[in-house]
Design a protein around this ligand. Structure first.
Ligand code: ASP
Ligand code: MG
Length: 439
């Protein structure tokens, strides 16, 4: 069994959906096909939700009409036989009927989640109708029947496994199962979702639950690149990554994969293959448990970083100081990314500044606090365990002319992080490209 996930752009036009149908029927293997909403849909639904929360009915109606028209064009190009055209129109009218019904009901956070779920429900139902039209036998598996998050918002893989096996057993003899990414039920039995970009996560959870042979994530680029293609010209797709390296890269800027989506597949050791819908022959990136000691794989950067330095003579020879500082960040639910310490100071970085004021007020009780903004973390990802020397020298040497605000090495064997001014990011990525990937 394989799990194939297609993102919003891969199903963003009727012709692309036709192409996805070709890809999923190219062999006779059993597969679960996970689809995102047609590109632009979730954004539009978010905007409609925001307007409704503000009580702006006419604004919301306008947006709903525009989206509806888009779908009317879409299904007419997707489908061609009378019976399926009828079905397609019915699907669209049902879901837009629901969206319009929300206009007249009192709108709440939970209604908003139901609103957001319409995108994936539409894309999968339309795709399924197309498969039927071209004579492909498939089953539409409602994600809301098996995708479940607990009280803490965490997916429950065991529950998902049990429910999925039941559904598959009900549909024995079938090869293609189509389901929605992103959407789920929560502990209260209400419709919820796995957060923006969450379809990757859905695919990974399904792959883990079924112990699939492989999870394929189909997007519009050929895998993860070794550097930022918007800045560096000669980037190339990385053929293989370990789960740990992929997780670092997903977090530090490679937008291709939802950062949480590595975890379930890693835990159940299911390889993840990143592939390109527009270039199905390209090798893409294969993420697995295979290690490649000593290799430098990629450079990535994350902007919007804030550095906080706390300096205090009370830290000298004291214990428990770091705990007190961390507790403040914990209290304000703000994750810390990088950290370095000296005997009398701690520097750390965050990327969520929503609680910054309150955090600083409490930190000031410990000593002098300095804050720097508009910083970027540049990280070098690879497998540095067997490297006795060499890599860090190469990295620092490449960064010769760029002031380094913090350096973190040894936190994990897969990452070297450098904190620099965002203004210098371009130069840093270019220099590292030259120093690390060109002999
Ligand atoms: N449709 C959702 C979004 O746009 C989920 C996804 O595409 O992964 O965020
Ligand atoms: Mg995505």
């Amino acid at each position: 069994m394989k799990v194939l996930k297609f993102g919003g752009t891969s199903v963003g036009l009727p012709q692309r959906m036709h192409h996805v149908a070709q890809l999923v029927t190219a062999d006779k293997e059993s597969k679960v096909v996970v689809l995102s909403a047609v590109s632009g849909t979730t954004n539009a639904l978010v905007e409609i939700g925001e307007l409704l929360l503000k009580g702006n009915k006419s604004g919301a109606t306008k947006k709903i009409d525009t989206l509806y028209d888009k779908y009317l064009d879409f299904y007419k190009e997707l489908l061609s036989e009378e019976e399926s055209l009828f079905k397609g129109k019915e699907i669209i009218d049902t879901h837009f009927g629901f969206i319009r019904y929300l206009l007249d009901s009192s709108f709440s956070e939970w209604k908003e989640k139901e609103l957001l779920a319409q995108g994936e429900l539409l894309s999968t139902k339309l795709f399924y109708t197309y498969l039927k039209e071209i004579g492909i036998k498939a089953v539409l598996l409602p994600a809301l029947d098996f995708m479940y998050i607990d009280e803490d918002g965490e997916p429950d893989v065991e529950y998902i496994r049990e429910k999925l096996h039941e559904r598959l057993a009900d549909n024995k003899g079938n090869q293609i199962f189509v389901t929605q990414g992103f959407i789920c039920k929560n502990a209260e039995g209400l419709i919820d979702n796995l957060k923006r970009g969450g379809s990757d996560y859905s695919a990974s959870l399904i792959g883990a639950a079924l112990q699939a042979d492989e999870v394929q994530i189909w997007t519009d680029i050929s895998g993860m690149h070794n550097n930022d293609p918007r800045i560096v010209e000669d980037t190339f797709p990385i053929a293989e990554l370990s789960f740990e390296e992929a997780a670092e890269l997903a977090y530090f800027g490679a937008k291709i994969l939802h950062p949480s989506s590595i975890l379930p597949t890693q835990k159940y050791n299911v390889p993840v293959h990143l592939l390109n819908t527009m270039q199905p022959q390209a090798k893409g990136t294969l993420i697995s448990s295979k290690q490649n000691p000593g290799a430098i794989k990629a450079v990535a950067a994350k902007d919007g970083i804030i550095a906080i330095k706390i300096k205090s003579s009370r830290m000298l020879l004291a214990y428990g100081f770091l705990r007190k500082i961390f507790e403040i960040f914990e209290k304000y639910k703000t994750p810390i990314d990088m950290i370095t310490t000296s005997e009398v100071a701690v520097s750390l970085t965050i990327d969520d500044d929503s609680q910054l004021g309150a955090i600083l007020d409490e930190l000031k009780e410990f000593g002098t606090v300095q804050v720097d903004e508009e910083l970027s973390i540049v990280c070098i990802v690879g497998d540095f365990v067997s490297e006795k020397k060499g890599i860090i020298e190469k990295v620092i040497h490449s960064m010769n002319d760029i002031p380094l605000r913090m350096v973190s090495f040894g936190g994990s064997k897969n990452n070297i992080s450098l904190l620099i001014e965002t203004e210098k990011k371009r130069e840093a990525l270019l220099s590292l490209n030259k120093g690390l990937f060109h002999k």
